[in-house]
Design a protein around this ligand. Sequence first.
Ligand code: GDP
Ligand code: MG
Length: 172
Amino acid sequence: MRTYKTVVLGAGGVGKSALTVRFVRDVFVENYDPTIEEEYRRTVTVDGQLSSLEVLDTAGAEQFTSLNEVYIKSGLGFVLVFSLTQEVTLKEVDNLRKQIYRIKGGDTSIPIVIVGTKLDLVNEREVPRSTIQSLSNSWDLPFYETSAKRNWHVGDVFEDLLRQMRARYPSE
Ligand code: GDP
Ligand code: MG
């Protein structure tokens, strides 16, 4: 079985750990240690085919960009996370996106999914769907609005990324 290494990146506090742990363990962890970085593994069946996903939940503050570089080199696919309740966190997604393309030598076929989190916090929402829609169009990347707490669309994110990784890195 093929293993696909996936890296979860985004600003601090946007919900990277909650999203990752929801996907790999199917629980919602309210207060995950923001400094813990962990790699998880889970098998998934998508389109009738079993694959293993290795998911790295990063914890680096944005200033450690050299660490990001190590992660980006090692990853086949990327989940770029921002919070729907914090418009400013979109900026980091744009930075990471550019950093990935730069580190991967300008290859724009790198598997990436954009994820807005905390969809359940309706009253705190700052980023309208139209904003993400137009950004994702201009970036030519798929996006999902999710809630790790309610388990909304979390699986969709990793399915989409796995399909992209299978297409981009077919087994030899
Ligand atoms: P990280 O620093 O990006 O790993 O962020 P965390 O996963 O630790 O989440 C930061 C905070 O946001 C925590 O208090 C989480 O409980 C909260 N959080 C994460 N995802 C959700 C969500 O889907 N809904 C709600 N309501 N809170 C969330
Ligand atoms: Mg975390």
